[in-house]
Design a protein around this ligand. Sequence first.
Ligand code: NI
Length: 254
Amino acid sequence: MYQNIFDTHAHYDDEKFDEDRAEVLSFVKSNGVNRIIDCGCDLKSSLSAVKLSEKYDFIYAAVGVHAHEAEEATEADFSEIRKLYTLEKVVAVGEIGLDYHYDFSPRDRQIEVFERQLLLANEWNLPVIIHDREAHEDTLRLLKKYRPKGVVHCFSGSVESAKEVLALDMYIGLGGAVTFKNARKPVEVAKYVPDDRLLLETDCPYMAPVPFRGKRCDSSMIAASAEFIAGVRQVDTQTLINQCHDNARLLFGI
Ligand code: NI
């Protein structure tokens, strides 16, 4: 069993954990996971992430409005969200970004909400956790404009776009998607990213890695992604886990 696993992207506030959240969290803790960042997607889930961070010493919170929820977010939501950045265990602005795959919110609204939160991140000197699905061009343009510190999570671009992200001193987050059968680009990226810029993540309850694909994901499954990535990079898995843990602590200041 591996130790020292830092899951930099989880959604334990998700209703898929409502039945057995406490059991799952104690299971992952006894399976080598010693730090988790729970990411909010709107005011409600951000508040849940904060609650989890208050209840569990090994959980930290990211607070923000996801691209999917951009249209629904109100001024009142943003003024509540803003207050949460004063809390010690709120370590990032996230999950924020653009999603042109689903387009659940109109693109101009997604961009407006994203820019607003990039400004917030800089104002509070917090790293961002970026969601970019089929929106690489606009995402990069805005990251170049605001230059936040942070991570592009579940990185799905090419090595070329990884280079652009790395040139902004940002990190690349990789998880279950790397292990999927059709994952040519993420595997190339997993090979390419320098040791000190890689973060491990799940996006649980989604994106369970092979051999758990399709099941409800939890942070303990990072072991499968880490073994796969370590294989691609030809390094020892525990060494990779330790390196990614250190990277995450440096980025999130914990
Ligand atoms: Ni997520």
